[in-house]
Design a protein around this ligand. Structure first.
Ligand SMILES: [Zn+2]
Length: 304
């Protein structure tokens, strides 16, 4: 039973990360949490699943995303090694389990998870991935964000620290939040971007749309300077140059696929046309990943 659960979680990682990782069960005992100091009492934590950002104030901590539940104790230990202060707020960048799986374990300790309201609705209802058909069961109780917002920019604060939460309508999902820590010049993108130089999943069945990924990355380019640190959903720490390269890719993908959609082509015809063949050489993990991304961009334009 436990093994089956781990296998399901591991598969979830692969699907949601859109990575080329082998689909085998994760041995949680072997996962180490790596802490990177971003300056100004701000840190990136890497383990398994979406990258975590930590901002330490004078009376508490703001955290972005929680990875998988089996890693919560290790993540808590890594945060304790940074600061003994309590985690006051946790921001969820989107509903996928490799970013929200630990929420219940942290809310039980008194942290308040804050998210765009569509995350609450999708976690409560359960979801189906449009590319893989993979189903995620409904959640309840402490696994559900205690506080939500609907749109625009929401600011949260702990002593001396501020986080700006920016909702981007329909990007990786319909509940994405990216977070800006102005005093540390750090942007946390969630899965609206990866820094593995790989196509990023557009979860079209759950409100994802390539045009939102473009809007968000346009905003980051305006906001960033040469010393901005970009904590992406998956992959190493990024910067303005990596955002610029990603922004070019999503804009090109949108233009080419939208043109074919406007010509009345079907999904199969668009995939067969291989409109991103030149990009595939450096952005696609494999042929399946290349086709999946074209399908996901295509469905951005048929999304109801
Ligand atoms: Zn995701």
């Amino acid at each position: 039973m436990y093994k089956a659960t781990l296998a399901a979680l591991a598969a979830t990682t692969v699907l949601f990360a859109g990575s080329a990782m082998a689909q085998q069960p994760v041995d949680w005992d072997k996962i180490q949490i790596k802490t990177t100091d971003l300056g100004n009492k701000t840190y990136m934590l890497e383990g398994q699943g979406g990258n975590i950002t930590i901002a330490v104030g004078t009376d508490g901590i703001i955290m972005v995303d929680t990875q998988f539940a089996p890693l919560s104790d290790k993540i808590k230990a890594a945060i304790k090694a940074i600061s003994p202060l309590p985690i006051k707020y946790i921001v969820n960048t989107h509903f996928h389990g490799d970013h929200t799986g630990g929420d219940a374990n942290f809310q039980k300790d008194g942290a308040i998870v804050i998210a765009q309201d569509n995350i609450r609705l999708r976690l409560l209802a359960g979801t189906t991935n449009g590319t893989t058909g993979n189903k995620t069961a409904p959640l309840s109780g402490d696994a559900i964000p205690k506080e939500t917002y609907t749109g625009g920019v929401k600011t949260i604060e702990v002593g001396g620290r501020k986080a700006e939460l920016h909702h981007v309508n329909n990007a990786h999902t319909d509940g994405d939040t990216w977070v800006y820590f102005p005093d540390a010049n750090v942007i946390a993108t969630g899965d609206v971007m990866n820094n593995n130089h790989r196509y990023q999943q557009v979860d079209f069945a759950n409100g994802g749309d390539i045009r939102g990924m473009i809007r968000a990355s346009n905003d980051w380019l305006k906001l960033a300077n040469d010393s901005t640190k970009v904590v992406v959903g998956h992959g190493p720490l990024g910067n303005k140059a990596s955002v610029a390269a990603y922004n070019e890719m999503v804009k090109t993908a949108r233009e080419r696929v939208e043109k074919l959609v406007n010509e009345g082509k079907t999904e199969a015809q668009v995939v067969a046309a291989k409109p991103l063949a030149d990009l595939d050489k450096t952005w696609a993990a494999n042929d399946q990943a290349a086709d999946n991304f074209v399908k996901q961009v295509y469905h951005s334009f048929s999304r109801s």
